[in-house]
Structure formats: C-alpha cells, structure tokens
Write a protein that binds this ligand. Structure first.
Ligand SMILES: Nc1ncnc2c1ncn2[C@@H]1O[C@H](COP(=O)(O)OP(=O)(O)O)[C@@H](O)[C@H]1O
Ligand SMILES: CC(C)(COP(=O)(O)O)[C@@H](O)C(=O)NCCC(=O)O
Ligand SMILES: [K+]
Length: 266
C-alpha cells in the first residue's frame, strides 16, 4: 500500500458511484458519477502513469482530479453495496476494500450494508453517540448505535426515487413523476400530484415516526441525514415538522468521514 496521505475513495451505491479525494486532515472533495462500464474500469486499472489515468477517467471528471497532488501509484479505498461492481475493481493495482470487520462498532450483523455502517461511524465520530443515521439513497435506511457504539438496529425501505420508479414501471397507467422541491397538496385531483402526495407524505410521516421512537429510547441521541435525496427530504420535513428538521445534522459526506476514520485507525 502506498504510504501516502492522499487517497481516491469510492463508495459504490446502487444508483451511482460516489467519489472523493482525501486531500488533507479535514478536507474532502467529493463528486458522483454513473456506474462505469467494465471497459473503463479495466483501462483505469492498467494505467501506469498519472497522464494515463487522467486520459481514461471519464472526461467530465478530469477537472476534479488534483493533477498536481496526485502521486503514482495512487491508492483506491473502496466500499461497495453492489457485489458485481466490486468485482470489476479487483484488478485495480492498489485497492483496499473496506469490509465490516474493519468498522470499529459493536454488534454489527454479517449482512449489514457497509454504507450504513460507514455513515454511522462517520456521523458518530463527528457528533457523538448515540447516533441515528438516515440515508436517503436508492433505499432509505435508518441505522442507529447507542452510547457504547453498539448497533441498535435499523430499517430499510424503498427510497424516494425508487418509490416513484416502481409505481411507473409496475402499473399500466401511472407516469414517472419529477422530483419536486415543495410539499405537494395532500388531497390531489391529478394523477401526478396524487403520486407525489402519497409517496412524499407517507415518507415524511414515516421518518417522523422513526425519529420519535429513537428519541423515546435515546433522549440524548443525535440524528444525521445523508444520501442523494437528503436536501429534498429535509425541505419537506422543514415544511411539515420544523421542530424535527431543526434537530437533524445534514451532511453529504458521512460515508467518506467513516472511510477516513477506518483509514486512520491505529
Ligand atoms: N444527479 C443525480 N443522479 C441520480 N440520482 C440523484 C441525483 N440527484 C439526486 N438524486 C437522488 O438520489 C437518490 C439516490 O441517492 P444516492 O445516495 O446517490 O444513492 P446510492 O448511494 O444508493 O447510489 C435517487 O433516489 C435520486 O432521487
Ligand atoms: C440497504 C442498502 C441496499 C442501501 O443501499 P443504497 O441505497 O445506499 O445504495 C445497502 O445498505 C445494503 O445492501 N444493505 C444490506 C442489507 C442490510 O443492511 O441489512
Ligand atoms: K447510500
């Protein structure tokens, strides 16, 4: 493993790839891409020089690469919840795959998602435990740990995008609707608005219910929200339950905070 403070970190989610450079102690610059085709991953794995690497990285990302800082061989820190995608990166020359046994939390069950454990670790190390993380990704997950950093447990449901997509794909008459910024009218008189209303109001009510249960069990507990739909959901929550939304820490990079904590662990 290269003895370098600079890592390229990759979290493989179910919708897309989440990338970050760990450039210093507290600095993380992050961006998202689509999943890469096997051919591109193969090319990146076989790069011998920095110039090679930059050439093969998807063009839209090139400006984000810190050309002057990048050492070769560069190291890739990888976590994934998509085994078929993990497989594609096995040939990368300097890859470290983060697995559950490297996570300094107690009571993790063997099939727990690595993204959930990393986000929980990242949030808890930064703001303290007990911590409940809500990850509004492809799936929406709740994952909590107590003051002893022991997993309390959590829940998994289809995320915002997946709920819309499933309705559109599995019915004969329902269209795919756009994500919208504001809370819709609850009792709707149009199909699109009825879908928005049904999905959004039940999702927000569900989040409120989990938060209240968490607060009953852990009155001192904290709550953090992350994932691609975090901003939309926090907006909806602010409109409907402002006192709940006000208590949330909202942060895009929880998983990367967790990855860095694993990396710097002695
Ligand atoms: N540019 C984008 N591309 C894809 N999804 C996006 C984008 N911006 C926001 N989203 C939302 O993010 C959700 C996926 O969250 P994300 O945390 O990226 O997923 P995962 O980690 O599971 O790949 C989708 O439901 C979608 O609504
Ligand atoms: C629940 C998840 C699908 C969430 O993935 P994501 O939406 O972040 O892509 C993932 O964490 C996973 O595959 N978990 C394994 C099952 C578990 O955590 O119990
Ligand atoms: K996620």
């Amino acid at each position: 493993m290269a003895n370098s403070t600079l890592w390229l970190a990759l979290m493989i989610g179910n919708s897309r790839l989440h990338w970050a450079w760990f450039t210093g102690k507290s600095d993380i610059s992050a961006w998202d891409t689509d999943h890469l085709p096997p051919k591109v991953i193969h090319q990146l794995s076989n790069c011998k020089t920095l110039e090679d690497f930059i050439t093969h990285f998807p063009p839209s990302l090139t400006p984000l690469l810190p050309h002057s800082l990048l050492p070769t061989p560069y190291s890739l820190l990888l976590a994934s919840v998509v085994p078929s995608q993990t497989e594609l990166w096995q040939s990368y020359p300097n890859v470290r795959v983060i697995t559950l046994d490297q996570i300094p939390l107690q009571g993790l069950y063997p099939t727990l998602g690595i993204d959930r454990s990393l986000a929980l670790l990242g949030a808890g190390q930064n703001w303290g435990f007990p911590m409940l993380v809500i990850d509004a990704g492809t799936a929406l997950t709740f994952t909590g740990a107590d003051a002893n950093k022991r997993l309390v447990g959590g829940a998994i449901l289809p995320g915002l995008g997946l709920q819309f997509k499933t309705l559109a794909q599995k019915t004969g008459q329902l269209p795919m609707v756009e994500r919208q910024e504001q809370l819709p009218q609850r009792f709707a008189l149009k199909t699109e608005e009825a879908i928005q209303s049904g999905v959004i109001y039940t999702l927000v009510a569900g989040i409120k219910d989990f938060v209240e249960a968490w607060r009953r069990d852990y009155p001192e507990g904290k709550i953090a929200m992350t994932g691609g739909d975090r901003t939309l959901l926090i907006n909806y929550l602010q409109s409907q339950f402002p006192e709940i939304a006000a208590r949330f820490y909202v942060e895009q990079n929880l998983i990367f905070w967790g990855m860095r904590a694993v990396l710097t662990r002695v």
